[in-house]
Design a protein around this ligand. Structure first.
Ligand SMILES: Cc1cc2nc3c(=O)[nH]c(=O)nc-3n(C[C@H](O)[C@H](O)[C@H](O)COP(=O)(O)OP(=O)(O)OC[C@H]3O[C@@H](n4cnc5c(N)ncnc54)[C@H](O)[C@@H]3O)c2cc1C
Length: 409
C-alpha cells in the first residue's frame, strides 16, 4: 500500500472536501468551474480519485440548465429503455445515461493541472468539523469550509431497507443482441424480496448484467448471485460464450423513515442522505448539491456564512427531507406492507403510469396530483398493513423501541 502523502504547506485551500468519490469530485468540479479564484483541497483515503465505478441516471433527472455542464461526464447514452414484469412489458422513451470513473477523472483533470484542485491520496480523515479536519496521523488542518463526502455510514436516526446487487460486465465474441438498457426484468424468480435483473449494453459486445434485490437485511451472498447471473445470461439472454471483464457489487440504503435533521449539515453525497430514497442512487442529488453549494450560495456569500442558521446546507437538508416524505411512505408500503414475493406487483403497477409521472418520480419532482395518481386505485398491498405503516412518526417510534430491545452483541 502507498504511503500517506504529506500535506503541502504551500497551498491554502478555501474548501477541503473529504472523499474523492462521486459527490466530492462533482462538488469540487462545480465550485472550481464557477468560481475562478477558489482553491480546493480534496483528501482521499484510497490511492486514486473516483474509484472504479459506473453511475447511471435518466437524463430527465438533470435540470436542463445543468445538462451542458454534465455532458463530458456521460460515457454512454441511449434514447429509451425497457422494463419487464410478469404482466407488463413497456418501452419508456426516456434518455438514459452512464458516466464512469474515467470520465469523472477527466472532468476534474484541468483543475488539477491548473493547480486550483489539490489532491491528497492515501490519507484517512478520522474526524471533521465545518472548518477543520483531523487526519489519522493526528495532524489537524483547516479551511473556511469543510465538506464530508466519505460515502455511506449507518445512522441511528434513519431506518433502512436495502437494494443489494452483484453485476458482471461481460464481453461477447459476437454481438449480444441487446439494443437498449433493460432497467428492470422482474420476470425472474422473486427470492426473498423484490428481485430484478438490470442489463446495460455499453456496446454491441460489452454489457453489464446485474442481479438486484430489495430486501430487509444488508447481508449480500455475492457468490450465489454470481451463479444466478450466469444462469440469466445463458437462459434469458441466450448467450453461451462470453468473457467476464469486470465485477461490481453494492448494498445501497433505501430509506423507510428518517428523523428530521438526521444528517450532519456539512455532509454531502450518500453520507449526507443525498440519494433517492427509493433507488439508493445518488447521481442526481450529487449534482443538485454541487450546483447549490457552488452557485447559489458560494458565489454570493462568504464560506464562513454557509453554516449560519438557514444557510444553504440547512436549506438543502430540510428540502431533501420534506421532498422525500412521500417516497419514504412508498418504501414502507413496499418493504412492510407487501409480502416479499408480491412486492414486484407494486413496481409492475407503477410502470403502468404515464411516462411524465415516472420521469418526475426519478427526478424527485412529483406533484400533488402525481402522488394521488400513485395512491388511487386497487392497492397492490393489504390495506390493514398499509394503514399500520402509514404514519412515519409512529413507525420511527416502533422501530426505535424494537432496536432498543435488541441486546447489544
Ligand atoms: C456498485 C455500485 C453501483 C452504483 N451505481 C449507481 C448508479 O448507476 N447511479 C447512481 O446514481 N448511483 C449509483 N450507486 C450509488 C451511489 O451513487 C454511489 O455509491 C456513489 O458513488 C456515492 O457517492 P458518494 O460521493 O456519496 O460516495 P463515494 O463515491 O463512495 O465516495 C466516498 C469516497 O470517500 C473516501 N473515503 C471514505 N472514508 C474516508 C476517510 N475516512 N478519509 C478520506 N476518504 C475517505 C472513499 O475512499 C471514497 O473515494 C452505485 C453504488 C455502488 C456501490
Amino acid at each position: 500500500m502507498s504511503k500517506a502523502a504529506a500535506i503541502p504547506d504551500d497551498f491554502t485551500p478555501d474548501m477541503i472536501i473529504v472523499g474523492a468519490g462521486l459527490s466530492g469530485l462533482l462538488t469540487a468540479w462545480r465550485c472550481l468551474d464557477v468560481n475562478p479564484d477558489v482553491r480546493v483541497r480534496i483528501i482521499e483515503a484510497s490511492d486514486k480519485i473516483a474509484g472504479d465505478h459506473t453511475w447511471s441516471f435518466n437524463l430527465t433527472d438533470v435540470a436542463e440548465n445543468l445538462r451542458e455542464w454534465i455532458a463530458p461526464f456521460i460515457a454512454y447514452q441511449w434514447d429509451s429503455y425497457d422494463v419487464k414484469f410478469p404482466q407488463r412489458e413497456r418501452r419508456l422513451n426516456i434518455p438514459y445515461c452512464t458516466g464512469n470513473s474515467e470520465t469523472l477523472r477527466a472532468c476534474v483533470a484541468p483543475h488539477i493541472q491548473s493547480g486550483r484542485l489539490q489532491v491528497i491520496l492515501n490519507t484517512k480523515v478520522i474526524q471533521l468539523s465545518h472548518d477543520t479536519v483531523t487526519l489519522e496521523t493526528g495532524e489537524v488542518i483547516g479551511a473556511k469550509c469543510v465538506l464530508d463526502a466519505r460515502g455511506f455510514t449507518p445512522n441511528e436516526n434513519v431506518f433502512l431497507g436495502y437494494q443489494k446487487f452483484v453485476g458482471h460486465v461481460i464481453k461477447t465474441p459476437k454481438p449480444h443482441g441487446v439494443e437498449r438498457p433493460i432497467i428492470m426484468d422482474a420476470c425472474v424468480p422473486q427470492l426473498g424480496g423484490y428481485r430484478f435483473v438490470y442489463c446495460l449494453p455499453y456496446t454491441d459486445t460489452d454489457m453489464l448484467v446485474e442481479d438486484t434485490y430489495y430486501t430487509d437485511g444488508a447481508d449480500l451472498h455475492a457468490s450465489e448471485l454470481d451463479g444466478r447471473i450466469k444462469d440469466y445470461i445463458r437462459d434469458n439472454l441466450g448467450l453461451a460464450e462470453y468473457e467476464l471483464i469486470r465485477r461490481e457489487k453494492g448494498v445501497l440504503p433505501i430509506t423507510l423513515a428518517a428523523q428530521k435533521n438526521a444528517f450532519p449539515l456539512n455532509a454531502i453525497g450518500i453520507r449526507g442522505g443525498f440519494y433517492h430514497a427509493v433507488t439508493g442512487y445518488s447521481f442526481p442529488d450529487a449534482l443538485w448539491t454541487a450546483y447549490a453549494l457552488a452557485q447559489e450560495f458560494y458565489v454570493n456569500v462568504a464560506f464562513e456564512d454557509l453554516w449560519n442558521p438557514n444557510g444553504n446546507p440547512e436549506y438543502l437538508h430540510k428540502t431533501k427531507w420534506q421532498k422525500e416524505t412521500f417516497l419514504r411512505l412508498l418504501n414502507r408500503m413496499l418493504f412492510r406492507a407487501a409480502k416479499p414475493a408480491q412486492r414486484y406487483k407494486v413496481l409492475q403497477r407503477f410502470y403502468g403510469l404515464p411516462q411524465g409521472l415516472i420521469e418526475r418520480f426519478y427526478a424527485g419532482q412529483l406533484s400533488r396530483a402525481d402522488k394521488l395518481r400513485i395512491l388511487i386505485g386497487k392497492p397492490p398491498v393489504p390495506v390493514t398493513k398499509a394503514l399500520y405503516n402509514f404514519s412515519e412518526k409512529a413507525f420511527i417510534k416502533r422501530e426505535s423501541a424494537a432496536q432498543n430491545q435488541i441486546p447489544k452483541a
